[in-house]
Ligand binder design. Structure first.
Ligand SMILES: [Zn+2]
Length: 433
């Protein structure tokens, strides 16, 4: 297809001929017979956005789940009320997501049985790495004898759940409207059949975006169970077969152990640290030395910033969701949303990176702000090299995002409403009506 009358971020007027790759870029190109033509009408053309850390199945499932955390649900009475008034889905489950201990403390099966005695119930913690099931739910997944009903993602129980019910096509349309042309699924417990199925769905066109999966190199850490030797052995074992690792670090302890383990095991060029939500300042040079890629989510500042300001001691605020200080220290960084645990709009994540504004309007991490152009470019990376930004040169993937506005407006606003068309592999995946 041919895209005419577009503008690059640098303000140059261009036409682009696009297939699976960008074939040609010039001031003007003449349409060939039978070629589809899209008129960008002076709008900005960008490489398509790649969200470097999402959870596809959870996101599709979240569409049929109720939210049981702040701000919708803030206390035990509200939690009990919302669970009591929810009908189970077609599969018999009540699914709830977004739980945080500030609502009613750590929940176990007894507490859940008191609220929902008969219907299988599963509540996912906001962190995405802990589920709480009532007795009926435990019986359903074959764990009737489980002591407290608190299950982690690494446990095999989730295999017992049918992943096929989730509607990925609908989710894919939504991502296309944001200009997203590729995603990296960071779910640790995807098995080979899940990954094959995602590839299949992409081939059939149901899932338009290119999909890259981190499993089986993805690993979640838990603070009460940090084992340097075991982690470094696992890393070395992955590297032995040329497999990179992606390690989930949301606390300072998890980051410190991961850095030590990477020092001990050595690094692979594609190793990643997910989140780096809390990074003490002495970690910065270490992360740069290791040349490991940090894939982070500034959108959590915009979504949960006020809670951080309340709960985290002021002296530690500078450690939270760092961005500019990582770049100044020459750490490799890419952005993502962590959908559905973070909101899926990459433009909101970019605005958070630029403004660092919490929901109440406070600023968290003034020194961590980056320019609009930097924030945008951190969504241009290749799936396997998140910090190698794609460009509009011939030979680059034929995945583009066309905006309705010129570059200066695009950078000033960073708004999803500007997306006019999304092109994936030389085909229109979305065009604003
Ligand atoms: Zn995640």
């Amino acid at each position: 297809m041919l895209i005419q009358r577009a503008m690059t971020l640098d303000g140059a007027a261009v036409d682009l001929r696009v297939g699976a790759r960008i074939d040609d870029v010039a001031d003007t190109l003449t349409p060939r017979r039978g070629e589809d033509v899209y008129d960008a009408a002076g709008g900005t053309v960008l490489p398509g956005l790649h969200d470097h850390h999402v959870h596809l199945h959870s996101a599709a499932a979240a569409a049929t789940s109720i939210r049981v955390g702040p701000p919708q649900v803030r206390d035990r009475a509200a939690l009990t009320g919302v669970l009591a008034s929810t009908e189970p889905g077609d599969d018999g489950w009540i699914r709830a997501v977004g739980y945080h201990d500030s609502v009613a403390g750590p929940l176990d099966r007894a507490a859940l049985d008191a609220m929902v005695p008969a219907v299988p119930l599963r509540i996912q913690h906001r962190s995405g790495v802990l589920w709480m099931l009532n007795s009926a739910g435990l019986a359903r997944v074959g764990l009737a004898g489980h002591p407290d009903g608190r299950l982690r993602s690494a446990d095999s129980w989730s295999d017992a759940l049918n992943r096929n019910q989730t509607n990925l096509a609908h989710l894919s349309d939504r991502l296309s409207r944001y200009g997203i042309t590729g995603i990296t699924d960071a779910t640790p417990d995807l098995d080979v059949s899940d990954i094959v199925r995602l590839t299949e769905l992409h081939r059939q066109g149901e899932l338009r975006q290119h999909v890259h999966c981190l499993a089986p190199g993805k690993r979640i850490l838990h603070d009460d169970d940090l084992d340097l030797e075991q982690l470094s052995e696992w890393i070395a074992d992955r590297h032995r077969y040329d497999g990179p690792v992606a390690i989930h670090c949301v606390t300072a302890a998890q980051l410190l152990v991961t850095i030590a383990a990477l020092r001990q095991a050595g690094t692979h060029p594609r190793d990643r640290i997910e989140h780096a939500a809390v990074a003490p300042s002495d970690c910065l040079t270490e992360l740069a030395d290791l040349a490991v890629t940090v894939v982070t989510q500034p959108n959590f500042v915009a979504e949960r910033g006020d809670q951080y300001l309340d709960e985290v001691p002021a002296a530690e605020h500078e450690r939270l969701w760092r961005l500019a200080s990582l770049l100044r220290a020459n750490v490799r960084v890419a952005l993502s949303t962590d959908m559905p645990f973070g909101r899926p709009d990459p433009w909101a994540a970019m605005r958070a990176a630029v403004h660092r504004t919490t929901p109440s309007g406070a600023v968290l991490g003034n020194d961590e702000r980056v320019s609009a152009r930097t924030a945008l470019t951190m969504f241009f990376g290749l799936p396997e090299q998140p910090t190698r930004a794609r460009t509009l040169q011939p030979g680059e993937p034929g995945d583009l995002c066309v905006l309705s506005v010129p570059p200066e407006t695009a950078l000033a606003e960073l708004d999803a409403g500007m997306v006019a068309a999304t092109v994936i592999g030389g085909e229109i995946a979305y065009a604003a009506g």
